[in-house]
Design a protein around this ligand. Structure first.
Ligand SMILES: [Cu+2]
Length: 135
């Protein structure tokens, strides 16, 4: 009698242990969901840049477009596609004074003043362009 009731207790205890193990494993599986959902806590994409930009391409000894009209605060970027070095140099003043740009090189300038800014290429003075900055 006593032996049988002891066995019963042991069996019951084992059953409870296994049942609680099963529950614990189930909980472990559930824990992975909040862990994986925290992975969409990635860095947010940066806000779109509100500053206006314009690109002038230098190709075949030509600034293209030769004349651009922009609003104050616009950043203009020149990109040299030629295999020959060019500059972006103000005809007068120092608003634009790039170094020699090799192929693929760029020069950027932000225009914060209203006005007309004619420029040329120092090695090739026949290459000319104009930036018109409006309010
Ligand atoms: Cu040039």
């Amino acid at each position: 009698m006593t032996l049988k009731s002891t066995q019963k207790r042991i069996l019951t205890g084992l059953f409870i242990m296994m049942a609680s193990l099963f529950v614990a494993m189930g909980c472990g599986g559930n824990d992975e969901n909040p862990a994986s959902s925290s992975s969409d806590n990635t860095t947010n994409p940066p806000p779109p840049n509100p500053l206006p930009t314009t690109t002038v391409v230098i190709a075949n000894f030509t600034f293209s477009p030769a004349s651009v009209t922009v609003t104050v605060g616009t950043t203009v970027t020149w990109r040299n596609d030629d295999g020959i070095q060019h500059t972006v140099t103000s005809d007068s003043g120092s608003e634009l004074e790039s170094a020699l740009l090799s192929q693929g090189g760029t020069y950027s300038h932000t225009f914060n003043t209203v006005g007309t800014f004619p420029y040329h290429c120092t090695p090739h003075p026949f290459m000319t362009g104009t930036v018109i900055v409006e309010q």
